[in-house]
Design a protein around this ligand. Sequence first.
Ligand code: FDA
Length: 397
Amino acid sequence: MAEQFDVAVIGAGAAGMMAAAVAGQRGRRVVLIDHAAHLAEKVRISGGGRCNFTNLGAGPANYLSDNPHFCRSALSRYTPRDFLDLIERHGVRWHEKHKGQLFCDDSAQDIIDVLVAECAAGNVAWRRPCAVAEITREGEGFLLATDAGLIRAGALVIATGGLSIPKIGATDLGYRIARQFDLPLVPTRPALVPLTFTAEEWAPFAELSGVSLEVDVAFGEGKARPRFREDLLFTHRGLSGPAILQISSFWQPGRSIELDLAPGTDVAEALVSGKAGNRQQVQNALAQWLPRRLAERWAEAAGLSGRPLADCADKALRALGQQLNAWQIKPAGSEGYRKAEVTAGGVDTRALDQKTMMAKAVPGLYFVGEVMDVTGWLGGYNFQWAWASGYAAGVTV
Ligand code: FDA
């Protein structure tokens, strides 16, 4: 005998709990299924344990997708203010870090507790840990074969997230379900991820591991190209830090990224115009704008270490400065899903309804959160998408 529900939600992460809670509070009989031993691990580890749960400025421009306008409707109907109202009702204390990024004062667990309480208020039934072996279409509804037996539901919400961090429960189930129902997928790739270089190419920089500085980072050409001013971190294998995570979502293999290591300063101009009679050594001059270890490495690589500015040719100083302001560097790859914060690509949103998140060709089947081809920048945007898309489905199913 199958258990009967109005709505089955697969994936009890950010988007799935939001969808289940909202649907349950509308009086729908909801079951929420997740295979992981621990609840909402990604929420728990997010934002360094404090969960950067939204961004006050979240709008369509902060998301990557092959269908860039898709996210507009859901984002406008469930805003960062709506989520703040929700967590404030539960007494969660929060603060703005910078650039509109909101974090919990205490712990990411506060956000999980809010979502669990909201599910309880909607009488959501839990099946956890519980794997789903098979899904079949039954008339207008769905039959799920699970570890907890057969479950029959009129509507099915897929909230299984992306492929990042497999060791805490990420799987490709959502994509397999999309394929089963002939829905198109945008190829997936790790995003918000550190970039790596070949050992040979990185050898001169490996010793800089741990050095960090604020940079401008860009990818591609033209005025409209993505550009971010954020911190950069040198690592043993390559580059990381918010600047690199941001640009990694746009980066394409085989192409370079561009770094301005001294944003706001024309280093070539400053070095050349200040060199007359100046006995300051090149690495010390560079240390005005760069961390000392980086300044030393940079002067050494240019063959100018230990040389007084006054003794350097204008051409050599210009080349040095220009390279600092527009360092073109071609990553060999990324740290992959093991380290990526999110997965770009996913269920093609052209096959979904932008108001409800329902598959246009499969009435009753919904996709919410990161499993879809909507990928936020770093800074709370991905959770805002989870809340907004989960809400859109929750008020409809
Ligand atoms: P999510 O991944 O949260 O949930 C998916 C659920 O589905 C999981 O519970 C999983 O167990 C379950 N599932 C998967 N396969 C299944 C299967 N086969 N059967 C049953 N259940 C299955 N974003 C942000 O906005 N601010 C931040 O501070 C951070 N920080 C951050 C840090 C780190 C280290 C990572 C890895 C990610 C972030 N993110 C983030 C991104 C954010 O965590 C992510 O975008 C959301 O959690 C996505 O929410 P979803 O509900 O779509 O998936």
